[in-house]
Each structure stands twice: as structure tokens, then as C-alpha cells.
Design a protein around this ligand. Structure first.
Ligand code: PFF
Length: 449
């Protein structure tokens, strides 16, 4: 028996809010715009949408199937669906991957907390682009301050997870997700009124096909996996808490649609600003921390906007970090009989240490590079662009080829009025298109084709 008390989400809305909360986070609002910017805009976004539809969504639905059918952590889910031991290796991957992601993610989550604090105390007010750039660089390269925020954020994540997710996560997500959406829409409306709106939108929506290359495709795929939180068992874990009357296909499509919408809206907010204030769209991870304070300074009541935005960004990050720590806790409790407390103490120690290294890689350790990447980018790349696609591919092959089709159909059917034709399309894409697509992308990245 496990030490974890197995409960379930209580309402339909709660399931959607919590799962969208896990999916929507820094990946949508911070990472998507800068990755799109670095990869040339429109072409990247087009490839991204194809990846969401043909790779992300079928794997997301398969994770839902595995979690709810078995009611277990990822390793337990592989075990109870197949007696071939090898598959459990991928369950172990579902322990390593969230630890790696949580480590670098908490650094950026800490940045959002600092910016919330700066906004609250008027530290961003009246600053121009050059001053905001200097502020961000000074802060992110500091050896102490970002680390304090990182540990505070990690502590908060651990604290919330310690209290159990059912009441906490579901209730918090129900309130915060609608507020996040509202704020995003208001900010997007404002951005569309700026002088650079036309240029920003054409950067996003006019694909220049000559820009599509192996790197763009790999980045788009990594981003799709990261943003939807697929390939590392987060959704297996969450779905293990779903009730039998939860509509899996519908919930999956809503989560994928809302997640994609938030990423696109984040782009609609950022790129008009970028072109209006002469910031380079390809400047990388600091885009949100320089571009947005800039526009808040031009807005009436700018300080309030900045406070609200960075608070919500921190909250969006928190609903995601909780889901990562929940994967680890559920896993360690069920597979190794750890108490929630012990599992979280270990998680805090490991992610805290890795997180400190990631944070220092912007300053004191910036000279440490492997494959031309600092520690932060290396962990991000390894997790998002290598391990997530491998984990996602394993899930696609496992469910598509090694699980009886009727078992999948019956589970998907429970709580939904899914049409047979929908299932047939899902199954075909899962079985053939997703694994072949993934293999081609990974081979081309490795330089083999
Ligand atoms: N999907 C989250 C985001 O876009 O910010 C990141 C994430 C959350 C990745 C949970 C993995 C995970 F298990």
C-alpha cells in the first residue's frame, strides 16, 4: 500500500482548471514568445501548431488514459498495463524529468517573484528600455538575490504540495485561472492598440517558410511538449486523480486548446511591444522581463498592471511547479513508500542545489559551458528537447502498440460520448504519425538524416 492518501478532483470545472493550471505556466507566457522570437516568428508558430495537434494532443490523451485506467503513478501505470519490465524504465524517466524541469523552472519563477516585488515597491517605474535591460542583467547575474527567490519559490511549492493537492490545487486553480485569462485578454487588447501592432502580428502570423529547419522543428516540438506538460507523466499523475465520469477526450481537447490559446495571446501581447519599443524579438529569455515592464510604464496606472501581471505570472508558475512536485511525491510514495514529507524534503534538496547552479550560470558560473550552453540552458535543453520527446515517444509506442485497443477505447468512452470516428483518428495518429514524426525529428537533430 502507498503512504499517499488517494483522493480525486471533485468537480468537472475543477479538473479542467487544475489541469490547465498545470499546463499553462511560464512555458506559455515566458518561453513561447522568446523561443518563437529566436526562431523567426511565424514559421516556428506554424510548426508548433502542427506539433501540438499531431504529437502533443494524442500523447496527452494517452497519458490521461494511462493515469485514469490504472489510478497509479507513471511507473505503476506502465507496470499494471504491461508485464514487460523494460517499460518501467520510462516510468523512472518520469521521476528524473520533473526534477530537472523544476530546477531551472524555479529560477525563472523566482525572477517573477522579484519582479512582482519590484513592481510593488515602484522599482520598475519610469525606467526606459536601457535601464530595464541593465536592471534585469544586474539582477539575474547577482550571486545572492535570485537564489533567495528561487528557494522561497521552491519552499512555497513544497509547502502547498505538503498540504495535499485536492483542496489546495483545485480551489486555487478555480479562482486564479479565470483571472489569468481576463488579464491576458486586457493586456492583449492594449498591445493591439500600439503603433507596432501590425508589425508584431505579421512577425507572428506571416510564416517565412525558408526559416523552417531542423532546429526550428526540434524547438517547436520541445516547446509543444513542455507547454502541454506531456512526456513526463504529469498528466498520468493528474489523471490518476480523475473520477470515472470525467470526459477524457473533451478534457484533453479543452486543455490543449486553452494552453495553445494562452501561448498565442502571450505572443500577441509581447510582439507588438517589441516592435513598438525597438526591442529585438530574438533577444532570448529576458524578453518578458524587459519588454513588459516597458509597456506598463507607458500605461495609465502602469504600476498596478505590473503588480497584477507579475503576481499572476508567479501564480501560473506555481500551479505548474506544484504539478511537477506532485509527480515526484506520488511516485516516491507509491513506489518507495516514502512519506509525503520525506519525499518533499528530498525534492527540495535536489532541486534547490540544481536550481542554485542554474541561477549562477547567468553570473558567476557563466563560463561553464557544454555544447555552447550554460548549465541552465543545458538542463532545459536536455529535459525539454531530449527527455520529453523520448518519454512522449515511449508513451505513444506503448499505448499505440502494446496496449489492447479495446481497453483504450473503453476507458476513453467512460464519461464521454466519444464518436468512434474520433477514436479512430486519435488511434491512427498515435500509432503511426506520432512515433514516426518523433523519430524523424530526433534523427535529424542527431545529424543522422
Ligand atoms: N507546462 C508548463 C508550462 O508551460 O509552463 C511547464 C510544465 C509543467 C512542464 C508541469 C512539465 C510539468 F510536469
Amino acid at each position: 500500500m502507498s503512504n499517499i492518501e488517494r483522493g480525486s478532483f471533485t468537480t468537472k470545472i475543477g479538473v479542467i482548471a487544475a489541469t490547465v493550471g498545470a499546463a499553462v505556466g511560464l512555458g506559455n507566457i515566458w518561453k513561447f514568445p522568446y523561443t518563437a522570437g529566436v526562431n523567426g516568428g511565424g514559421a516556428f508558430i506554424l510548426v508548433y501548431l502542427v506539433c501540438v495537434l499531431f504529437l502533443g494532443l494524442p500523447i496527452l490523451l494517452s497519458e490521461f488514459f494511462m493515469g485514469r485506467k490504472t489510478g497509479q503513478n507513471p511507473k505503476g501505470a506502465f507496470r499494471s498495463l504491461s508485464n514487460q519490465k523494460g517499460w518501467q524504465f520510462f516510468g523512472v524517466l518520469c521521476l528524473i524529468c520533473p526534477i530537472l524541469i523544476l530546477s531551472f523552472y524555479s529560477v525563472v519563477a523566482g525572477w517573477t517573484a522579484e519582479y512582482f516585488w519590484q513592481a510593488l515597491t515602484g522599482g520598475l517605474e519610469g525606467k526606459n528600455t536601457a535601464e530595464l535591460t541593465a536592471l534585469f542583467q544586474g539582477f539575474s547575474q547577482d550571486p545572492v538575490r535570485p537564489i533567495i527567490w528561487l528557494l522561497v519559490f521552491l519552499g512555497l511549492t513544497v509547502g502547498v504540495t505538503l498540504g495535499g493537492i485536492k483542496n489546495g490545487i483545485e480551489r486555487v486553480s478555480n479562482i486564479l485561472m479565470p483571472v489569468l485569462f481576463l488579464l491576458l485578454i486586457i493586456l492583449a487588447a492594449h498591445s493591439l492598440s500600439l503603433d507596432g501592432a501590425k508589425e508584431g502580428l505579421s512577425f507572428m502570423f506571416k510564416p517565412d517558410f525558408s526559416k523552417i529547419n531542423a532546429k526550428v522543428i526540434l524547438d517547436a516540438m520541445g516547446q509543444a511538449f513542455f507547454s502541454l506538460s506531456v512526456g513526463l507523466g504529469a498528466l498520468i499523475t493528474y489523471a490518476s486523480y480523475f473520477k470515472k465520469d470525467t470526459n477524457l477526450p473533451q478534457t484533453g481537447m479543452i486543455v490543449a486548446a486553452l494552453d495553445t490559446m494562452v501561448a498565442i495571446i502571450a505572443g500577441v501581447i509581447i510582439f507588438p511591444i517589441v516592435f513598438t519599443y525597438g526591442i529585438s524579438p530574438a533577444q532570448g529569455p529576458d524578453l518578458v522581463f524587459i519588454a513588459l515592464p516597458n509597456v506598463f510604464n507607458q500605461m495609465i496606472g502602469g504600476q498596478i498592471w505590473a503588480i497584477a501581471f507579475f503576481l499572476l505570472l508567479a501564480i501560473a508558475a506555481l500551479t505548474s511547479t506544484i504539478s511537477m512536485s506532485e509527480i515526484v511525491v506520488t511516485y516516491l510514495a507509491e513506489e518507495h513508500k516514502f512519506s509525503r514529507k520525506k519525499a518533499l524534503a528530498i525534492l527540495f534538496a535536489i532541486c534547490g542545489t540544481l536550481g542554485i547552479l542554474c541561477s549562477l550560470s547567468f553570473g558567476a558560473l557563466s563560463h561553464l559551458k557544454l555544447f555552447d550552453k550554460n548549465i541552465f540552458s543545458l538542463i532545459d535543453f536536455t529535459a525539454s528537447n531530449v527527455l520529453l520527446p523520448i518519454g512522449g515517444g515511449a508513451i505513444a509506442v506503448f499505448v499505440g502498440w502494446f496496449v489492447n485497443k479495446h481497453i483504450i477505447y473503453e476507458e476513453m468512452q467512460q464519461g464521454s460520448k466519444m464518436k468512434r470516428s474520433f477514436f479512430a483518428v486519435y488511434y491512427y495518429v498515435l500509432k503511426y504519425i506520432a512515433p514516426i514524426g518523433l523519430l524523424l525529428i530526433l534523427l535529424s537533430q542527431a545529424g543522422i538524416i
